[in-house]
Design a protein around this ligand. Structure first.
Ligand SMILES: [Mg+2]
Length: 241
């Protein structure tokens, strides 16, 4: 069996894991406002939306941390679910969000490449993530995904998404993984897992992502070749100790 003239066994499998908010869609502004409104409504709590200040960078992990502090005990799953429902109420059916330029084409291109898997690994509540993707008209329902409902820690979400993508491809695991995200917490999760990381952002954010260890930083995916180049290169560099 050969693929492109090379024995198939020499072609490593690559999994590209994508954050959603700020990475595939421009949802961060609306999402932060929805979260803050939900916290104000349910707990009269002034939410600090600088996610780098929390122990985790996921909706559920942050809810557990804040509620734990407020209640002086571990919150129940029902108490955290109430936050998710309150956030969800802030998503109207007519909300429109922008895609990061080239996002849909990037996902479609990666999905079609042999030996390459794609998965979504988002710190968002699953239900609100679906609303945001719908509002941005980014159709990724077929793409394996994991959310903060799967794990409080982003690294755990990335691993859960990886396992689902491996199952889709009928393999035990991908040999190379690379995470694409817009937050310094995304870079930290990739570093903790020992995988490559592509930062998405410009200006000060790009600088912060570079400082956080991103092997490559891109502004968007409008230049598909450049985006693919950056993703593949970061994947390889992630293997270098
Ligand atoms: Mg993000």
């Amino acid at each position: 069996m050969t693929k492109g003239g090379y024995p198939a066994a020499t072609m490593p499998t690559l999994l590209v894991l994508l954050d959603i908010d700020g990475t595939l869609i421009r949802s961060t502004g609306h999402d932060d406002a929805a979260l803050a409104a939900a916290w104000a409504e349910l707990h009269g709590h002034q939410l600090d939306t600088d996610w780098s200040r929390y122990r985790t960078s996921t909706d559920r992990g942050i809810a557990r941390e804040i509620l734990g502090r407020k209640l002086g005990r571990a919150p129940t799953e029902d108490e955290i679910d109430a936050i998710e429902r309150a956030v969800l109420r802030r998503y109207d059916a007519d909300l429109k969000l922008e895609q990061v330029p080239g996002a849909a084409r990037l996902v479609a291109t990666l999905r079609a490449l042999p030996g390459v898997g794609v998965a979504l690994a988002s710190g968002s509540f699953a239900a609100t993530a679906q609303e945001k993707l719908r509002a941005a008209r980014l159709h990724v329902a077929q793409v394996p995904a994991a959310f903060s409902d799967d794990h409080d820690e982003r690294a755990g979400i990335i691993d859960a998404a990886s396992a689902r993508a491996a199952a889709e491809h009928g393999i035990d695991e991908f040999e190379i993984r690379v995470y694409v995200g817009d937050g310094v917490w995304d870079a930290a999760a990739a570093r903790a897992l020992g995988i490559g990381f592509v930062g998405v952002g410009s200006g000060e954010r790009a600088e912060a992502l570079r400082a956080a260890g991103a092997q490559r930083v891109i502004e968007d995916y409008a230049d598909l070749g450049h985006a693919l180049d950056s993703i593949f290169t970061a994947g390889i560099l992630g293997l270098v100790p």
